[in-house]
Design a protein around this ligand. Structure first.
Ligand code: AMP
Ligand code: MG
Length: 347
């Protein structure tokens, strides 16, 4: 039975929920595109075994062809079909953090289509933990190629409504799983026998990865591509293709700052409607009519980031000034997304 909920009544895409995922899995197996929830963000999935279906993902999103997709699988039992080897470091990381918000890049098996990997010899593998995603993937019985379910360059969707506001009628159906727990995309690491490289920061932090490996594999180096510079992860030469594209950008222009200075901000953006995302306490001196949202932790920031960017658009803001969370834990990943949303613009 088709399930449509009131908030989605403006959309034409059929929506299914837990307990009734069969038709969504069938649609995917038959070559369809399906929006589905994960604990990070919503994905737009296609059967990785069908090139024409995978190609439709790129069309629907307006995604550049050289930006690889992540393969989503139900369990490590399916790994052997997708990758040609699994170093011990990857085994340990899968054991510790999967199912969960971690993507591991490994040498790809021959049968994985170059369309999925954008011609790379490697493939990113993720085992989501969201109960609806798990049920859906189990029913699909094939690896599901999926990027985030947004129009290329825009903020990733963390609710079904956000996903359908960009992709309604471009997909065959959708699965509702509520709001995404983490709210930002998975951590991505590339694993080999001698090193683990952080390609994209996320909820699984570099410290968690290093401490998971240190006892059994003390010789394996855990690093970020720009390790020498320290601080934020913003490699000059990105090792994850696609990370260098315009990313996560709402309609409003985004500026990041460590602390908002109300008087300077009003002068700088005089005559333009701006909003402020503040960290821990409301900003002083930005004016009573300024839309403000205060984040109380880096976790809350991650959880709400993309939804709030869109909210400021809806408030008619032309500019969003975002205070950065402290640079540790998941704060590093939030800083990474904000700095990309800002295209490097800093106050
Ligand atoms: P999205 O799901 O929209 O966050 O996009 C997936 C991202 O994963 C891509 O933009 C790449 O940065 C990264 N990725 C996927 N596969 C690989 C791979 N084989 N090597 C490096 N990065 C990858
Ligand atoms: Mg994306």
């Amino acid at each position: 039975m088709l399930h449509r909920q009131p908030p989605f009544s403006g959309f034409v895409t059929p929506v299914y929920t837990l307990g009734n995922l069969g038709p969504a899995a069938e649609a995917l197996r038959a070559g369809g595109l399906v929006v589905f929830p994960t604990e990070t963000v919503y994905g737009i999935g296609a059967s990785a075994l069908l090139d024409h279906a995978v190609a439709r993902i790129f069309q629907a999103k307006g995604r550049p062809q050289d930006n690889p997709l992540i393969l989503h699988i139900h369990s490590t039992a399916l790994l052997a079909d997708a990758v040609s080897s699994v170093p011990r470091s990857a085994e340990l990381l899968f054991e510790a953090f999967s199912p969960g918000p971690l993507t591991i890049v490994l040498p790809k098996a021959r049968r994985v289509s170059p369309l999925v990997t954008a011609g790379l010899p490697t493939v990113g593998i993720r085992i989501p933990s969201h109960p609806v995603a798990r049920e859906f993937l189990e029913m699909c019985k094939v690896p599901v190629a999926a990027p985030s379910a947004n129009i290329s360059g825009e903020p990733s969707p963390t609710s079904l409504e956000m996903a359908l506001s960009g992709l309604d009628a471009k997909v065959d159906c959708a699965v509702d799983g509520g709001f995404c727990q983490h709210g930002i995309e998975s951590t991505i690491v590339r694993c080999s026998d001698d090193e683990v490289v952080l390609l994209r920061p996320g909820a699984i932090t570099l410290e968690m990865i290093a401490s998971c490996l240190e006892e059994e594999l003390p010789g394996v180096r855990v690093r970020v591509p720009a390790a020498e510079g320290g601080g934020d992860v913003a490699p000059a030469r990105p090792e994850a293709p696609g990370m260098s594209y315009r990313h996560y950008q709402p309609r409003a222009e985004v500026w990041v700052t460590e602390r908002v200075d109300g008087a300077r901000t009003r002068k700088r953006f005089h005559g333009r409607r701006f909003g402020v995302i503040a960290m821990n306490r409301p900003p002083v001196g930005v004016g009573p009519a300024t839309p403000v949202y205060v984040m109380n932790s880096a976790e809350e920031y991650a959880h709400l980031l993309y939804r709030k960017l869109v909210w400021f658009d809806d408030q008619g803001c032309e500019v969003i000034i975002a205070e950065l969370p402290p640079p540790h834990g998941v704060g590093l990943a939030v800083r990474d997304r904000l700095q990309r949303a800002a295209g490097g613009q800093e106050l």
